[in-house]
Design a protein around this ligand. Structure first.
Ligand SMILES: Nc1ncnc2c1ncn2[C@@H]1O[C@H](COP(=O)(O)OP(=O)(O)O)[C@@H](O)[C@H]1O
Ligand SMILES: [Mg+2]
Length: 259
């Protein structure tokens, strides 16, 4: 099995080898990497792993584990044995696998992608807490939006790109989008950054939060404009076919006006 700890990198970071890039199917791309894990190693979904940059030797290219699974080649007779209740455990047949997607490498504060395929059998490391924190910590003014589950590593968003490029928050109902936005606004106001101007359009009044009000007051005040008019919604009951026809007509009209 060899040694599982190795000294890597110019920053004297001790990293742990968890496995090697190995594709069962035999293809190797830059963005998706399949890893075979050493027998005594486990990784979890969402975990960050890294490899050494193939040409820039002091840098590491980071990946995030999309799925972690076990591979156990099956024999044709085995399912019949299981059906008959004859269970033969064979740990030697099991290999831990991880499918990871590239995040990129830190090029003096900018995250850049590695564009060339990752070589087969490239060693894959678990970065030290320090290496991961420094990779995830943005340069310049930033706000904290939480910790990376299940670790204690803070997740920070740099204010400059947030203000200049924006952010899109996507997720299912009840997954915490509104709460994240509330926490973003409060943190931006508390950071007292002079670039910050917030226009909040709150359809349902869900941001009627004392904490947000206080943060806005302390950051220089706010104006609240309420509109009492409610859009009248006509309720029409239609048979399914008619509803479908109207829906198609309306959406076709919308598409035409957009173009
Ligand atoms: N980070 C979090 N930890 C625990 N509970 C949370 C977290 N973020 C949101 N919630 C809770 O989950 C529920 C749904 O959150 P909400 O922000 O309204 O979701 P969404 O806007 O995506 O529908 C709320 O009760 C909220 O308090
Ligand atoms: Mg919401």
């Amino acid at each position: 099995m060899g040694t599982s700890r190795a000294e890597v990198g110019g920053e004297g970071l001790v990293e742990e080898i968890v496995g090697y890039v190995y594709s069962f199917e035999g293809s190797y791309t830059p963005d998706r990497v399949e890893v075979s894990l050493l027998a005594d190693k486990e990784v979890y979904r969402g975990e960050y792993l890294c490899i050494r940059h193939p040409t820039l030797h002091s840098k590491h290219v980071f990946f995030q584990v999309e799925t972690a699974y076990l591979r156990r080649p099956s024999a044709s007779y085995e399912e019949k044995l299981v059906r008959d209740g004859i269970i033969r455990h064979d740990p030697e047949k099991i290999t831990g696998k991880a499918v990871c997607w590239q995040v990129g490498y830190d090029d003096d504060g900018t995250i850049r992608p590695l564009l060339t395929p990752i070589q087969p059998l490239t060693p894959v490391y678990r970065p030290s807490q320090q290496a991961l924190t420094s990779f995830l910590t943005a340069e310049g003014p930033s706000i904290s939006v939480g910790r990376m589950y299940p670790t204690d590593i803070p997740i920070k968003i740099a204010l400059k790109p947030l203000f200049r490029q924006g952010a899109l928050v996507v997720g299912g109902v009840g997954t915490g989008k509104s709460t994240l936005l509330l926490s973003l606004m409060i943190n931006i106001l508390n950071s007292l950054n002079r670039m910050a101007r917030i226009l909040l359009i709150d359809w349902d009044g869900e941001y009627n939060s004392e904490q947000l009000r206080k943060a806005a007051e302390q950051a220089g005040g706010y104006v609240k404009v309420t509109a009492s008019t409610k859009l009248a919604r006509k309720k029409i009951n239609l048979p399914a076919q008619e509803w479908y026809d109207r829906f198609r007509k309306t959406s076709a009209k919308l598409v035409r006006t957009r173009l």
